[in-house]
Design a protein around this ligand. Sequence first.
Ligand code: KG4
Ligand code: ZN
Length: 328
Amino acid sequence: MAKIFAIESSCDETACAIINDKLEIESSVVTSQIDVHSRFGGVIPEVASRMHIEQISVMVKEGLNNQKVEDMDAIAYTIGPGLIGSLHIGAAAAKTLAFFYNKPLIGVHHLRGHIFVNELIEPLTYPLLALVVSGGHTELVYMRDEDSFEILGTTQDDAIGEAYDKVARILNLEYPGGPKIDKLSKLGKPHYRLPTPKVDGYNFSFSGLKNACLQLEQRLKRNGEELIGEDLAYAFQEVALHHLLDKTLKVMNDYEVKHVLIAGGVACNSRLRELMSENIKDAKLTLPPLKYCTDNATMIGVAAFKEFNRQRFVSLDASSMPSMPIDK
Ligand code: KG4
Ligand code: ZN
């Protein structure tokens, strides 16, 4: 049975996992730096790199879970996209293991990991449409088969998670703001009206919406009126998530789609999950469990098997890529 040892370090989680070719998770450990970054109001790249350095050896040891590197068939790591300093730490660890134990090395695209982890829930059916929504990405990825990735739509400014985090700051909520807005909005009422983003094709835009939130807050302050936090959270979330839904439905109207899935940190959002369940008809829908939405190494291991099966390996001098198209 083939086994892959996988490492993820692209942002603020350091994670390791062992996955076998039956897609069984033999071990999976994740440590998050969120508590540290929340003090600064967002991920500070330099701090993230330093914390990965502190964590990586411990996580490799724990991730191996008493198994031997000798027994692995390949070492996989996130090659991009992500914070370059953070990516380097995972790459250095993976390359050291691959070199020392003479194992093939697999460089995994982070977003492919977010997509393919859904195979742990159910088989993927093609053509497939993945709505990838995270702190750094908002993408509609169309896959005719498991080796074809076409970005039909992407954000023209902020990523959806970034917009959540910025609006959270207006509401004095700590980073990461997404889960807090998700919770707060449940108490909110339709009270404030915010503009629906207008963007061509299957693309997205969130900066106008974010600015509208800021302007509303400033106007109320000038007028000596109180901002009702839960109502702003509600209004922002409804507009932002309907924007995601509308573009997803537009693709489904124009393309053959047999399977829809959501992926990335914002896929944890309870209202997004509800909207998708209510509105995605005529296609299979996968809403991954929350532990697979946020960054982890299991997803890197699952995506690594796609490369392993095609014998697509990278060399020890492979460069990590902070921005990296999903089709490369
Ligand atoms: O995928 P992820 O863990 O890291 C990146 O690769 O970016 O996503 C993190 C993002 C943050 O912006 C966070 O605020 C957002 O996902 N997020 C949420 C929720 N949980 C996490 N956004 C909205 N609702 C949530 N429940
Ligand atoms: Zn991610």
